[in-house]
Design a binder for this molecule. Structure first.
Ligand code: C2E
Ligand code: CA
Ligand code: CA
Ligand code: CA
Length: 275
């Protein structure tokens, strides 16, 4: 049903790749961008695989470069990590995402990427709590996406912070699940709620029996551990149909929608409700 209205939604994709930027140049330009807050956040719908209904949105940062246009985070997150700029950028994205969610009709959640460095910065949990309180957003409407990398070291503070966030009601997702080369033993004890299956597994799920077995295995594993699952990178109806067969509960990808301009979210949700 949603396909019919597809043309109405602006694609909010980075237009240019900044690979042309030298690293040094990139660093200086990024510092300036942080000072000027030259960023914007796009929101990609996360949907029920069976129902097609939107349950939440992933917040994805873009850099509004004066000459290059919208630059993809893949081009600057690494440098932002190295320089520590990820902390102000990440805090700003969190604030934007929480504010945006308060304006959406209904109660979809917002899912925010948090880099390991940002998570480990002193006061992170307290900052999340303060932002939720200031915006008056229910903590249950916030998901934080972390990577396996954060869990690699057996760091007690990380464990305590994850527990603290969950006690607030915030949910924790493991992003890019299955790509971190880590042992699965952390799943026994780490306090998490959601596994996001990396798009490298989803991409060929309809055509590869091996990928099917992997995705099916992750979904069963999550079920057993009472975790939710989101398959990312769903691009074709064939992928979607297969994920339905596997009974993967949630999905995200270009098949449903590209990341959307914040101004289009309201329309997206109302359109969905009316069709
Ligand atoms: P991610 O967290 O794995 O986000 C999913 C990426 O896949 C996004 O790229 C999204 O636009 C893209 N995508 C969505 N559907 C499809 C699909 O069907 N096919 C394909 N091929 N790709 C799809 P994007 O927005 O360029 O972000 C790239 C990465 O940058 C993210 O990967 C995430 O790791 C990082 N990132 C984005 N925003 C933030 C942020 O605010 N903070 C931090 N720390 N990292 C961020
Ligand atoms: Ca993510
Ligand atoms: Ca991901
Ligand atoms: Ca990724």
């Amino acid at each position: 049903a949603k396909g019919a209205g597809k043309g109405r939604w602006r694609r909010y994709q980075p237009a240019v790749h900044a690979a042309v930027l030298q690293r040094i140049e990139l660093r200086a330009a990024l510092e300036q961008a942080v000072a000027d807050l030259d960023f914007t956040v796009a929101y990609q719908p996360i949907v029920g695989v069976e129902s097609d209904a939107t349950v939440g949105f992933e917040a994805l940062v873009r850099w509004r470069h004066p000459t290059l246009g919208l630059v993809s985070p893949d081009e600057f997150i690494d440098v932002a990590e190295e320089t520590g700029l990820i902390e102000p950028i990440g805090d700003w994205v969190l604030q934007q995402a929480i504010a945006a969610a308060t304006r959406w009709p209904g109660t979809p959640y917002v899912s925010v990427n948090v880099s390991a460095r940002q998570f480990r910065a002193p006061g992170f949990v307290e900052n999340v709590r303060k932002e939720l309180l200031a915006a008056n957003l229910a903590p249950t409407r916030l998901v934080l996406e972390i990577t396996e990398r954060l869990l690699l070291r057996d760091d007690e503070q990380v464990w305590l912070d994850l527990t603290g966030l969950r006690e607030l009601g915030v949910r924790i997702a493991i992003d890019d699940f299955g790509t971190g080369f880590s042992s699965l033993s952390y799943l026994q004890q780490v306090p998490i709620d959601i596994l996001k299956i990396d798009k490298s597994f989803t991409a060929t799920v309809a055509s590869s029996a091996r990928q099917q077995a992997i995705v099916d295995g992750i979904v069963r594993l999550a079920q057993t551990l009472s975790l939710d699952v989101v398959a990312e990178g769903i691009e074709t109806a064939a992928d979607r149909d297969l994920l339905r067969d596997i009974r993967c509960p949630y999905g995200q990808g270009y098949l449903y929608s590209h990341p959307l301009d914040p101004d289009d979210i309201d329309g997206w949700l109302r359109f969905e409700r009316d069709t």
